[in-house]
Design a protein around this ligand. Structure first.
Ligand code: IYR
Length: 204
């Protein structure tokens, strides 16, 4: 048990957010298994309040990129403010999002703020945001386990336009967008350090 837990930690500790993707394709079966894994997450009253939209169509990926870059340009120059853009400088991010058209898949994670029964009646989706956030964590672990990379992105102010583009219903809201694929052969990541166990764990 100790060896298994240590080996899973080592695998997960290798995970990094990657912003440079190869355009090499990935078998859809791998993506399906990753999403099946996310679907094993716990949820409030077992309501499973998530929808994972998988985009592999190049034209739609370009549409997603256009929507996001248009908004992100305004975010970076007007909405985010000096401190926020300064805090992001070590990550070398910008409003240009090439990965949105290079990665073979975009996974858009929607939370269902309520459910709809067959008879049209609404179902309460308790704790839907935290449930979908947990499912996204499992999705990240499954992507890492498969040997693929991703980037946890939350495109500010793009939700309504992306939801319309993808034809999602009124009860869904975009939570997170993940490009998924192999890293570009020249991909680089910032030299980040993680907090030590002493800094994140309190034993009482
Ligand atoms: N959403 C923007 C900005 C951004 C915000 C945070 I907080 C990050 O950790 C990284 C980026 C973008 O994707 O560029």
């Amino acid at each position: 048990m100790i060896e298994r837990s240590a080996s899973f930690y080592r695998e997960m500790n290798n995970r990094r957010s990657v912003r440079h993707f190869s355009d090499e394709d990935v078998d859809i079966e791998v993506i399906e298994n990753i999403i099946r894994t996310a679907g094993t997450s716990p949820s409030g009253a077992h309501t499973e309040p998530w929808t994972f939209v998988v985009v592999r169509d190049q034209t739609i990926k370009q549409d997603v990129r256009n929507i996001i870059e248009e908004e992100e340009e305004i975010n970076y120059t007007k909405r985010m403010g000096k401190q926020w853009t300064k805090d992001l400088q070590p990550l070398k991010t910008s409003y240009i999002k090439e990965y949105l058209t290079t990665a073979p898949y975009l996974l858009l994670v929607f939370k269902q703020i309520y459910g709809i029964k067959d008879n049209g009646k609404r179902v309460n989706h308790y704790y839907n945001e935290i449930s979908v956030a947990i499912a996204t964590g499992m999705l990240l672990a499954a992507i890492q386990n498969a040997g693929l990379v991703t980037l946890t992105s939350t495109p500010l102010n793009c939700g309504p336009k992306l939801k319309a583009l993808l034809g999602r219903p009124n009860n869904e809201k975009l939570l997170i967008l993940l490009p998924v694929g192999y890293p570009h052969k020249d991909a680089r990541v910032p030299d980040l350090k993680r907090k030590s166990l002493d800094n994140i764990m309190v034993l009482i």
